[in-house]
Design a protein around this ligand. Sequence first.
Ligand SMILES: Nc1ncnc2c1ncn2[C@@H]1O[C@H](COP(=O)(O)OP(=O)(O)OP(=O)(O)O)[C@@H](O)[C@H]1O
Length: 555
Amino acid sequence: MKKRSNLKIMLKLSGLVRPLAGWMACAVLMGVTGFLCSIMIPVLGGYGILDAVNAGSPFTVKTVCIIVGTLALLRGILRYGEQACNHYIAFRLLALIRHKVFAALRKLCPAKLEGKDRGNLISVITSDIELLEVFYAHTISPVVIAAVMSLAMTFLIGRYHWLAGLIALCGYVTVGAAVPLMISRRSGSVGMEFRKGSGELSSFVLDSLRGLKESQQYGTGEKRLSELENKTDRLSEKQERMSSMTGRNMALTNTLILIVDFLQLGVCTWLYLDGQMGFDGLLISVIATMSSFGPVIALANLGSTLQNTFAAGNRVLDILEETPQVAGTAGKEKTVFSGAGLEKVTFGYGDELVLQDLSLQVKPGKITGIVGRSGSGKSTMLKLLMRFWDAQEGRVEISGKDIRQVNASDLREMEGYMTQETHLFHDSIAANLRIAKLSASREELEEACRKASIHDFIMTLPNGYDTEVGELGETLSGGERQRLGLARAFLHDAPLLLLDEPTSNLDSLNEAVILKSLRDQQEERSVVLVSHRASTMNIADQVYQAEELSGKRSC
Ligand SMILES: Nc1ncnc2c1ncn2[C@@H]1O[C@H](COP(=O)(O)OP(=O)(O)OP(=O)(O)O)[C@@H](O)[C@H]1O
């Protein structure tokens, strides 16, 4: 995780508000006016007292009562308006940030998803983004409001005597800036640790849910449960530390406000007795000081929660600013498929070298087979042809061009990729198939499913193609899921089909139907077939042995 200063996080997060600057100005304006109304109520009360004791007031008691009533009503309306604006901004921005994060993930994936623990990513996408609401609804405009109000009140009180104004200003700066900064510094990395721990807990829960059957089978449920409890306890400890900091922060803030109030009272009384300030100055300065800490208290309370918010912001910014493994290509001349290949390619994941100086050719209209022991890099070759990763050395070619010069959209159009695991969404079978071709008609779906030998099975289901598949496709067998994956690949109708173990879960009857489909369409497309099954490999026109890196034998 990249370490950024809180100021940098704040500036970057604030930068996102730009499209809603008008709304933000509205919130600040209503906030300032609202606080002015509420502070002026006791101050006007002071003018009322001055009038009642004939000590020289610009307002009569009657006028004061009318103005106070109006201000009270206005205060309610303005507070509502400010909160409505802030929350409108916050939720619009959360939607905008989610959009940005998903757009960033689209560029980062699939390489990112292969490496990163997904639970942690889910925690960033859900709770971390959610937490930024605190920043947008309760941080930006309160900071501006507190700054404007502090200056306005310093000016009002300072009109009676500069020393009274200075005391008020020192009070605002201490409570609104020094205390939150100190608390935020003292709380150190707890917020960051809490967010990290929360992400790890999500990962653990997701992992445990996925492995529920294994835990039951091998009786490791208790162990997993106790690990879960440990993690939760550690997270609760951190939360407790944060809560106790919040408590101490509030106690410190309230004590400081009392000290400033008493100091103001003492100093103004002395100034009055010394003849440097009138009775009106004493009364109004003290009342104004006592009633004007509202905006800065809002900032003081942020001190402890902000660490958590900044930690969340830091994790979100990490994703937004991460450089993708592969820079997407766009704006190049359209590429039409006419063959593919790897030319002296060397590739490794991090330090682990997987392919070295490897070459292979995928000829149009031919079925190219790749065999080899598990872990020899067969799937990796397909991923390089899909450009999920870029080769470290050598050249991956599509239609004679370097793959990095081919538009990403052309690549997705030209290639159909079936992985070893078919992911099915919690939706109908038809909708699951249509992700390969959104506009596909029912006839097209059926044709693809016939080729993948799954049509007859679908027709036995209660709602046929409209049958819902359970979450993660759990209601279907491995072979059924695999054939649906293959039907998707057929439906996509790309000229280059990359199939990773398409028949590993199938009986020989279904395998035969699928191989026949591949043979029948051979004229129209090139197929790269990775398989451990000799019966499947029999249909390949040429077979590469993964271990013989650059070696090749024809069948
Ligand atoms: N995203 C990844 N990050 C790090 N290492 C990886 C990643 N994907 C694969 N590997 C490693 O690269 C090597 C080649 O993996 P690959 O999946 O290409 O092998 P394979 O020949 O297709 O294996 P199998 O026949 O078992 O599917 C393996 O050692 C694997 O552990």
